[in-house]
Design a protein around this ligand. Sequence first.
Ligand code: BT5
Length: 262
Amino acid sequence: AGIAFGLDAPYSVEYHDRVGSTNERARELAGEGAADVAVVADEQTGSRGRLDREWVAPSGGVWLSVLTRPDVPTARAPLFTLAAAVATTDAARQAGVDARIKWPNDVLVAGDGNGEGGGDPDPTGRGGRKLAGILTEMEGEADRVGWLVVGVGVNANLDPETLPAGATSLSAERGAPVDRRRFAATLLERYAELTASPEALDGVLPAWRERASTLGRRVRVEAADGVVEGTAVDVAEPGALVIDTDEGRRRVHAGDCEHLRD
Ligand code: BT5
């Protein structure tokens, strides 16, 4: 506990030893008119993933949600999710864990035993496991976001045995606990930098591409209008995955992405 005591962040920090969901709490604060707040918790008792899926968040993680009121059109909101993935990846790397991003919102441990990155072996056998997930919620008009809550859940100092299958943690990957205060500060600092202005947001896609695990891979995406399978070739404004399929090039804007073996 006490993760956020003295946390140095470019937002005002509201810390909870235990809370239902940091996203819910941030939404409550949004309703009260607040802005530029990071809600941080040691433990969550009712946290959620996308599509109302359960998110397991015991004591020892970094569970946080950032509430902002950015002056951008709603169409650019997905860039904030990608920015959070970049920020999380950079904070993990600073903590000594090689992380990559799986479109759109998962941060995974690099390597998958399948020759990712030109044939890197996967010494731990845990490559491709999920370190962190992101849930973005917002409200606004088409021409301008009202409020935006970006929730990031990072398995920091946790035993993977206590997490769902396919998950891992920073401490398991580095073989030692991480300094959660430093990790959260780096993440928030980087997120603030990447989303500081419309011009800064222009840098999100290039940064995302450099850290992507998905690009160049065979993928299967369950999108709203059906399943798209092919090779992921790029990410395009405002965060769509570009996939080459047998029927030509497709863009998917949301969905669950699975990396397939070649
Ligand atoms: C996500 O959803 O990956 C978004 C998770 C966002 C959680 C943060 S924590 C702070 C903030 N407050 C909240 O209430 N939420 C946000 P999705 O892509 O739908 O993945 C959910 C799936 O990941 C689940 O169905 C499980 O299979 C798996 N899962 C659950 N807990 C996990 C964990 N701690 N680590 C890895 N995988 C997990």
